[in-house]
Design a protein around this ligand. Sequence first.
Ligand SMILES: [Ca+2]
Ligand SMILES: [Ca+2]
Length: 239
Amino acid sequence: MKRSPAAVLFICFLLCGAAASAQEAVSSCKGDFDGDGKQEEAVLSRIAEDGSFTLSVGNVSAKGKLENGEADLVKKVDIDSSDKTREIAVHTSGPSDDNEWLFYRFDGKSLAELGRIFGSCDISGNGIIIADQWMGFWIKKEKFILDDTAKKLKAVPQQFYFVGVEAKVKKSFPIFRTRTSKEVVANLMEGSTVLFVASDLSSGDYGDEWYLIRSKTGLLGWANIARIQEKVEGLPWAD
Ligand SMILES: [Ca+2]
Ligand SMILES: [Ca+2]
């Protein structure tokens, strides 16, 4: 089939337009990422709604994918201020403000993916990132350290996580001495205010978390989330 020059031009225009929008630059930032004394520009281009993106620094680029949604920001961060390199963070707010960050390091030749962190990140420059992660009615503090040799961010899990949320007992229920025994420490008084002290998330099973609860009289014992949801009111539940 023979096409007129005008038609060929038009097809070219369509293809170039599509390529340009597919590689649309979303966000950029400047910094001396590799610590050689010269500034680079990091450019984030959105590829798809599924969270795929391209990150370019100078002539180097890397493809990545956010799990919560479209990439919306690239930012310079300095995880460890005692070394000269600065890290690059790609962010999405997700569909309901579910922050997600993917961290990169640029060494002048390549971009290394350091790791993914969900939640709001507190980066103070001491090699540690503290992430605030929403757990339905409380905020989990998760610590990450930057392992320089492996070029990876590593989580430092805790046995229990501090909760610090108060609620009211709707119907009396027992709290147990341990998570596995049935030895009752106390039966929480109806109408009393109790404090959720800590959470045990070790089952890894959503819906099977255990909470360490302080009774009004100052006694500590464990209860399962299933019972809590049924017998407690006033927890600040939100997605
Ligand atoms: Ca540089
Ligand atoms: Ca640094």
